[in-house]
Write a protein that binds this ligand. Structure first.
Ligand SMILES: NC(=O)c1ccc[n+]([C@@H]2O[C@H](COP(=O)([O-])OP(=O)(O)OC[C@H]3O[C@@H](n4cnc5c(N)ncnc54)[C@H](O)[C@@H]3O)[C@@H](O)[C@H]2O)c1
Length: 351
């Protein structure tokens, strides 16, 4: 691929920073937008400065812009200065629990911030490919309507036809989203609209559990990273509801970034994808605790009967559509590799 000019929002966060490294390694000119708002949402543990400093030291052709995606004038200045070929929009308020306390800020960042970026792209570089990081929370709790069976360590789909998990046909309305899910669903719909109505090359990727060592994991966001952090530090973890048997599929940020590259090569207008680790990378909280115990890390945990509002009981992303549109895309990280890498990164950080 010839060098391209690429904008990545949320560039100091988990997925944004991985995308910066990925496209920088491939020889492109990468611009990152991040105002460290994760620290505003989650306090000091959410501070992403360490990751920005890391990026500055490893990336060769990376420029950081300390800009808020709610700042339309700031975005217009940035877009006038650089004609982007690809926009990867990862900046967000990412926690469904947190949104309850800050509904207006959550909506401004997630919904309006996304429209600001879509519109800036349409005004200044309408030929660019636009990738939106959406979430499986756009389905609200509709996935919980599937019949489930209780196994020893996890909830499991009861019907064989659901084995691969949730596909893109799951409905997104008449369901309990959490305010976060609703603000992200607004962004998701607007992005689809810019694709379908204006014919722009927009891909909407509805993430399951996205993870990796660059997560500034906090209790309210980043389940695996936070759980490992607590297990290694000897702290106490609270499991909320569903007997700890709730299932998530884990995908490594590296595999997310490589998928975006595939979409850049073969974009479509307003296409939606469910993106997660899929069946083979699915794991319940109890199973995660067991895996860590086998590695020598006993997690002290307590149990609260009340589940998180709108929480999924068993969510596995059906990856059939992704594999059919992007046959060259292969996940490089299985579950042991993901967990092993996060553990190693935590140990290095605290050594
Ligand atoms: N991590 C997951 O499990 C997961 C799952 C599904 C979807 N997603 C989505 O993927 C995207 C990236 O998630 P992540 O895990 O990398 O989150 P993250 O919190 O690690 O990264 C988001 C970054 O955006 C920045 N940011 C927030 N508001 C901003 C603003 N107004 N202006 C500029 N920068 C701002 C934050 O400082 C942070 O660095 C989000 O849209 C999230 O909803 C994540």
């Amino acid at each position: 691929m010839k060098p391209k000019i690429i904008l990545i929002t949320g560039s100091s966060g988990l997925i944004g920073s991985e995308a910066v490294e990925h496209f920088d390694r491939a020889g492109h000119e990468v611009h990152g937008v991040d105002n460290n708002m994760r620290q505003v949402f989650f306090g000091v543990p959410g501070d992403t400065t360490w990751n920005l400093n890391r990026l500055r030291s490893v990336a060769k052709n990376f420029t950081h812009h300390d800009l808020d995606i709610r700042d339309r004038n700031g975005l217009a200045t940035l877009f006038r200065k650089h004609r982007f070929d690809l926009v990867v929009h990862c900046a967000a308020q990412p926690s469904h629990d947190k949104a309850r306390d800050i509904p207006i800020l959550d909506f401004e960042v997630n919904a309006l911030g996304t429209v600001n970026l879509l519109e800036a792209t349409r005004q200044h570089c309408p030929e660019a490919v636009f990738v939106l990081l959406s979430t499986n929370k756009v389905y609200g709790d509709a996935p919980n309507e599937l019949p489930l069976q209780e196994l020893e360590t996890r909830w499991e789909y009861a019907r064989p036809e659901n084995y691969e998990g949730i596909d893109e046909n799951c409905r997104i309305d008449r369901t309990l989203h959490s305010l976060f899910g609703a603000s992200k669903a607004s962004a998701d719909l607007m992005a689809q609209e810019y694709g379908r109505y204006f014919g722009m090359k927009v891909g909407v990727f509805r993430g399951g559990c996205l993870t990796g060592p660059s997560h500034s994991g906090v209790e309210l966001h980043g389940f695996l990273s936070y759980l490992i952090k607590v297990a290694l530090s000897g702290g106490k973890y609270t499991v909320f509801g569903y007997k700890g048997k709730q299932v998530r599929d884990q995908i490594h940020s590296h595999d997310v970034a490589s998928l975006f590259q595939e979409f850049y090569k073969s974009p479509r207008c307003g296409e939606v994808y469910n993106m997660g680790g899929g069946r083979k990378n699915s794991v319940s909280i109890l199973e995660t605790i067991d895996i860590l115990a086998d590695m020598g890390y006993q997690l002290k945990h307590t149990y609260k009967e009340t589940n998180r509002t709108g929480d999924h009981i068993c969510y596995i992303s059906d990856l059939t559509k992704i594999h059919s549109h992007f046959p060259n895309w292969k996940q490089q990280y299985d579950l042991p590799a993901i967990i092993g890498e996060i553990v190693a990164a935590r140990r290095a950080a605290t050594a």
